[in-house]
Design a protein around this ligand. Structure first.
Ligand code: GAL
Length: 946
């Protein structure tokens, strides 16, 4: 059996001059997509999709509108993924509060459906392989077609999904993927973006292969050695029973083999899939830890006789986790208090479309504050986030989106677990968050119990958590293995622990305090809240109070602050024009608010000294100002203009404060440890803004079209000090192999655009009339002024009957332009509707004898020939004749594209700072970013793409 297949493959290979013999290819499909908004309520504005006599649901391959293989998408905007079109949309006071007042959702059908198309070639030598189209995540309700064939629908905006598209492909030809994304409905009560905001991949294998997420690798430590258990799923898409063996090879981080094991021979029938277990001893493994996130990999090789038909690589770590009910959490036998934050996937400038490098940058910010843990509130995260957490040593509480116990809803939990269970960073699964309808009752307890048992089918190495916001002691909180406390003011964790002494516990949410970066006085009118760490009027505890509670109790494994970063939406306690939350330790750009230094003091071993507020209170001389100091030193002495205001002793997990009457000059803090002076920090009254300063997180980026630099824009005074209240409009120009992908400033009330994108407006010429050339004065008829009102409507039939003799015909149509349109670049993306075509614009010949063999022509209009108002088109040619009676000839002469280049990128600074994110465009070279601001000296930054 085996040999027959191999022989068959060899013959095939010979006849084609070489097949792709690679066991497995995985190609990133993020580049060169086409995008256009459709419409959620009006099929005409949704490219007439779904209106054909037979639709994709009626007949295989009948995708219509943009789902059709031959749809003309030339007028669509080219872009790369990840993409979130909501980041480009305006705000409106009547839009969704929870989504940050962006004009998306059921009330804005014109902004809620997006179409994506991507063309790609599959070479002939790929024939015989299997092809899988994989989406890491699309928000939301994605429908996918390949070459007009419907692949399926994924309602979830967060779950990864994919399709075996092999039979739909054209080998040795071009192919097109079409995706319709409908974000009319929200899944969360926070900004979610819209579009293909995570990676897309095309994987190809031979017909005997390991499916995506087809392995489960876990380990057990025995003394100093590890037993690594590997479960490998294999599928057979050959048309015969196929026998094979599995060779699992464990490799270290450098790719050196550590150990291997061969299986016996297994056999699968056609279309069958099965999982097989293996165990490999690894002697004295280097453990994965937060301080040393060491990763191994296992290569699962599928052997068909002597040929390796697949190599599926799984990255994993060897580590032990132990949750205890009374002492918290242990990693590799060592007690680790979880110092975590909750976060949603969105960032200034780019929305939810966060390139991997930005995901990693944000994790870096959190680590710098002392975070060792991350809760993926409230949905399956980007795979890229988990890869980064594995590499960076961050512990992850990985959360499911929606609780539910029907097969369909439960399946999302299964898909989350099988996708992510090989990540050593994940230490627990969360089945749900604050499920108010059920968390306090019997139904909730029953559902949690079922989900908990169900999850164990796919991973019994991690506990199951649910985050509960009240009624502790009843419902979900009475059954869940790992109790998640959301907010201490809801109850008494000590009492709960006493009643449920078997239960592990963690603070899944604490904080929800509201602060604005750089603001030190509440300003309800401007909707800014001071950045002092305070309880909120609605009852949430100050960050330090939360931490003091969790730090003091061993049975609590730690806590996750709500949130690490501000995010769009949920601008509690305000409404429009606040569009961004106030919960973050960092703002939306990742600029630290003062709480970061409180946490850094008690969450890291670095020596910390930080003073708040700024010292720019000009005009308020003599008024008392609250000066706070964060530090982990023993004592701090404060000075106003070098005059001591006294030395105070720092309590653990606390802060110090002085009331200081304002006098311009400086506030200085001197910190002591063991009686010795260790740190000095000075905050000075600054002058007014003098110049701009640009600083990047790195000066060399990879020239890979993905890597990026996060650039901080500062307004500084003539002594180089950041001006803490500067609000200057800054404009940006970039040259070299990079593009700006977003700007921001962390102001929760900013309604400025985050993105400046080119505009692609489409107009369909209409009012088409037709007349045979014979018997009329053609010269007269092509004139703009000639009124064809008495002619017949054109294009009533789709081609002349086979064998007909076409007669020269005049087609006359029109389109309307606005003043704004005229300023753009206007092109007719013309599709042939006749042979020997001549084309006239406003009475003048602009193209002659256009062939119909290349159906698509691009006619760029001379701006001098265009008018505001009606413009007239004439096509003179011989109507198309069908070859077969069932043929349908083209009767659509195409669209007019009005292109406007992207406007100037700009952003105001907020409290002295703004941010620009620049990304490689794929080429190596020098990148120069220039920033200009009114009355400020300009600044320039050089970055190299390599
Ligand atoms: C919690 C919820 C979070 C967020 C937070 C704001 O109840 O779980 O998602 O909404 O409140 O305070």
């Amino acid at each position: 059996m085996k040999t027959r297949i191999i022989a068959g493959l060899i013959l095939f290979a010979l006849s084609l001059g070489g097949l792709n013999a690679s066991p497995r290819d995985r190609i990133l499909m993020d580049f060169d997509w086409k995008f256009a908004l459709g419409h959620a309520g009006d099929p005409r504005r949704d490219f007439n999709h779904g209106t054909a006599y037979f639709t994709y649901l009626a007949k295989a391959g009948y995708g219509d509108g943009p789902a059709a293989a031959n749809f003309d998408d030339r007028s669509w905007r080219p872009l790369d993924l990840p993409h979130d079109w909501v980041a480009e949309l305006p705000f409106a006071p009547n839009a969704s509060h929870s989504h940050g007042y962006k004009t998306v959702g059921y009330a804005f059908p014109e902004y809620s459906v997006g179409w994506y198309r991507k063309h790609f070639v599959v070479e002939e030598k790929e024939r015989g392989r299997r092809f899988f189209l994989e989406f890491d995540g699309v928000f939301r309700n994605a429908r996918v077609w390949v070459n007009g064939f419907y692949c399926g629908n994924e309602p979830s905006g967060y779950t990864s999904f994919g399709f075996d598209i092999t039979e739909y492909l054209n080998f040795g030809g071009s192919n097109v993927i079409a995706v319709r994304v409908d974000a009319s409905l929200e899944e969360g009560w926070f900004y979610e973006g819209a579009g293909i905001y995570r990676h897309v991949w095309l994987t190809s294998t031979k017909p005997l292969y390991v499916p995506q997420y087809g392995t489960f690798v876990r380990s057990e430590l025995r003394d100093n050695d590890a037993a690594v258990y590997i479960t490998t799923e294999v599928r057979n898409k050959y048309q015969e029973n196929t026998s094979f063996r599995i060779l699992n090879i464990i490799k270290d981080r450098e790719g050196r083999e550590v150990a291997r094991t061969h299986s016996v021979e297994y056999t699968l029938r056609p279309q069958e899939g099965e999982s097989y277990d293996a165990v490999i001893e690894v002697e004295k493994p280097r453990l994965w830890d937060i301080d040393d996130p060491y990763l191994y990999s296992v290569e699962s090789c599928i052997l068909l006789g002597d040929t390796t038909t697949d190599i599926y690589t799984t990255s994993f770590g060897i580590r032990t986790i132990e949750w205890t009910a009374d002492k918290g959490f242990f990693l590799n036998g060592r007690h680790v208090k979880l110092k975590g934050t909750n976060n949603h996937q969105n960032h200034a400038g780019v929305g939810s479309a966060m390139p991997d490098a930005l995901i990693e940058w944000r994790l870096g910010r959190l680590k710098a504050m002392g975070c060792n843990a991350y809760r993926t509130a409230h949905y399956p995260p980007s795979p890229a986030l988990l890869d980064a957490a594995d590499r960076m040593g961050i512990l992850v509480l990985c959360e499911n989106r929606l609780m539910g116990t029907t097969d369909q809803v439960l399946d999302y939990l299964r898909r989350l677990i099988i996708r992510d269970r090989n990540h050593p960073s994940i230490i627990a699964w969360s089945i749900g968050n604050e499920e108010w309808a059920i968390e306090n009752n019997e139904r909730g307890a029953a559902m949690a119990t079922l989900m908990q048992d169900y999850a164990k089918l796919f991973d019994n190495t991690r506990p199951i958590n649910a985050a509960v916001s009240g009624s502790w002691g009843r419902g979900i909180s009475s059954v869940v293995e790992l109790m998640g406390y959301n907010y201490l003011f809801h109850g008494n964790t000590d009492l709960h622990h006493e009643r449920f002494p078997w239960q592990f516990s963690v603070g899944t949410e604490e904080g929800s305090t509201n602060t604005t970066r750089g603001i030190y006085e509440d300003d309800p009118e401007k909707q800014y809240l001071a950045a002092y760490d305070r309880d909120t009027p609605s009852g949430f505890f100050a960050i330090r109070k939360g931490w003091q509670h969790y730090a003091a109790r061993d049975y609590l494994a730690g806590m996750f602050i709500w949130t690490g970063f501000d995010y769009r939406g949920e601008p509690t306690p305000f409404r429009y024009p606040s569009v961004v939350s106030y919960f973050g330790m960092y703002d939306l750009c990742g600029f630290p608010k003062d709480n970061v230094y409180y946490l850094k003091s008690w969450w890291t071993n670095e020596e910390v000294l930080h003073i708040l507020p700024h010292w720019n209170w000009q005009g308020r001389e003599g008024e008392p100002i609250d000066v706070w100091v964060y530090s982990n030193m023993d004592e701090v002495e404060l000075f106003l203009n070098n005059k001591s205001l006294g030395r105070k002793t720092m309590e653990k997990n606390s802060y110090l404060s002085w009331e200081v009457p304002f006098k311009p000059g400086s506030i200085k803090a001197v910190a002591f440890k063991d009686g010795k002076k260790r740190l000095v920090k000075v905050v000075e009254t600054t002058g007014k803004g003098d110049s701009l300063k640009l600083e990047a997180d790195k000066t060399i980026i990879k020239a890979d079209r993905m890597d990026l630099a996060v650039v901080t824009v500062k307004v500084i005074d003539n002594k180089g000090r950041t001006v803490p209240d500067a609000a200057n409009l800054v404009s940006f120009d970039i040259s070299g192999p990079a593009r700006i992908i977003g700007v921001g400033n962390g102001d929760p009330t900013s309604l400025e655009p985050d993105q400046f994108v080119p505009q692609y407006k489409r107009i369909k010429p209409g009012n088409w009339k037709a007349h045979k050339a014979e018997g009329i004065d053609v010269d007269e008829a092509v004139r703009a002024e000639f009124d064809a009102v008495s002619w017949e409507a054109a294009f009533q039939i789709k081609g002349l009957e086979p064998g007909s003799q076409p007669e020269l015909t005049v087609y006359k149509g029109s389109f309307t332009l606005t003043q704004e349109d005229i300023k753009g670049q206007v092109t007719w993306l013309f599709n042939s509707i006749a042979t020997g075509q001549s084309v006239y614009l406003n009475g003048e010949l602009i193209a002659k004898s256009l062939s119909d063999s290349y159906n698509r022509h691009s006619l760029r209009f001379d701006p001098a020939m265009l008018k505001v108002g009606d413009n007239h088109l004439v096509i003179l040619g011989y109507p198309l004749v069908k070859q077969n009676i069932w043929d349908e000839m083209n009767t659509d002469p195409g669209e007019i594209l009005i292109y406007h280049a992207a406007p100037q990128w700009q952003r105001k600074t907020f409290n002295g700072l703004a941010q620009v994110i620049i990304q490689s465009d794929g080429e190596p070279g020098d990148i120069v970013l220039k920033a200009k601001g009114e009355k400020l000296k300009a600044s320039e930054l050089r970055i190299e793409a390599r």
